[in-house]
Design a protein around this ligand. Structure first.
Ligand code: DAH
Length: 363
């Protein structure tokens, strides 16, 4: 038996060592330790031996069996590692390679792009991001903003009411996020809140769903000069020119006192719209100092705190910056339009790499 085992050992260990793949190795296992394998056959033969012979041969055979099983396991681990390394090598991606611009790549919608541009600027100015729900309750959309049920200002905004409820509306403005923020956070507050807003309106400059961005700053000494500086600096960065002048016209919003509409200096020469001072004016946004009633409604003492707020249409900013004439086309899902006005996904606006002028890839 010993001789036989020695002969088998040489052959089997050699077969294990020279196996190149896991499949080949498994074949060796089946041929030796499998049900009809050579070692299993030897084990079966033990029965025909005398008691004495069976004892010593059985011991030898068991040691041999373990030796073969261990050799297979060791080789298996080795082959598995080899195969893994080969796979990793073949699947490796060099992330440092420059990206190939793809003509048929999808486009980022101008509204999404402009929202990113605006948030990037406000983030740099130290504003936090705040959000509120599209389906808003009467308190946050109207009441707390100093617009009680009988107030004529409710008619200024053609509201979509939710069916079967008097309390829920599709928010007509992002101003409700001011309330939600002041309810949950003590001043100093410095937030911007972008999002969808809804009104029953439809013409060249109005769509039933549109986008606004709201700004709110509350502290003990926040004043009109801060409001003006914030807006002027924002406009310079957004329109990528230093030639920005703002005009504040007295206006009325229930939630601010005093209230203003801000216009930006612009020109329309040869059909081209440009932001520049000294020519005409273009209406941009609403703003003002937060009304004491609004502060009170949020549990803030108007004798201690004051602040400013502003709200503007993101779509309008996109139209002005990128020369898009009709707001309705924003929501037509027309591939030709999005190819023309959209942005490549890699053209991500940042303050350091540039918003639109100095960005990487152009549309
Ligand atoms: N919510 C106003 C609107 O939709 C815009 C607005 C005006 C927001 C003045 C403000 C503000 O925060 O202070 O017409």
């Amino acid at each position: 038996m010993e001789q036989k085992i020695n002969k088998m050992r040489e052959e089997i260990l050699n077969a294990i060592q020279t196996a190149d793949t896991l499949v080949e190795l498994d074949e060796v296992r089946v041929k030796t330790l499998g049900k009809s394998g050579s070692i299993t056959a030897q084990m079966k033969e033990l029965g025909s031996l005398s008691v004495e012979e069976r004892k010593s041969a059985g011991q030898l055979l068991n040691v041999f069996k373990t030796e073969v099983a261990t050799a297979i396991e060791t080789k298996k681990a080795e082959l598995e590692e080899k195969e893994l390394n080969e796979r990793l090598k073949s699947e490796m991606v060099d992330v440092t390679l420059p990206v190939r611009p793809q003509v048929n790549m999808g486009r980022i919608h101008p509204v999404a792009q402009v929202m990113e541009e605006m948030l990037s600027i406000f983030a740099q100015m130290g504003f936090d991001l705040a959000e509120g729900p599209d389906i808003e309750d009467d308190f946050h959309n109207f009441e707390a903003l100093n617009i009680p049920p009988s107030h004529p200002a409710r008619q200024m905004q053609a509201t979509f009411f939710m069916e079967n409820t008097v309390d829920k509306v599709l928010r007509t403005q992002t101003s409700g996020v001011q309330i939600r923020t002041m309810e949950n956070k003590k001043p100093p507050i410095k937030i911007v809140a972008p999002g969808r807003t809804y009104r029953r309106d439809y013409d060249m400059t109005h769509t039933p769903m549109f986008h606004q961005i709201e700004g709110l700053v509350i502290d003990t000494e926040t004043n009109l000069a801060h409001l003006k500086t914030t807006l002027v600096e924002f406009m310079k960065l957004f329109f990528e020119t230093d030639d920005v002048s703002l005009r504040f016209r007295p206006s009325y919003f229930p939630f601010t006192e005093p209230s203003y509409e801000a216009d930006v200096g612009c020109s329309r020469e040869n059909g081209e719209f440009k932001i520049k001072s000294g020519a005409g004016w273009c209406e941009l946004l609403g703003c003002g100092m937060v009304h004491p009633n609004v502060l009170k409604n949020c549990g803030l003492d108007p004798d201690v705190y004051q602040g400013f707020a502003f709200g503007c249409g993101i779509d309008r900013f996109a139209m002005l910056k990128y020369g898009i004439p009709d707001l309705r086309s924003f929501f037509d899902a027309d591939m030709r339009w999005i190819k023309h006005y959209g942005f490549l996904p890699l053209d991500i606006p940042t303050n350091t790499s540039g918003l639109s002028l100095n960005g990487g890839l152009k549309r």
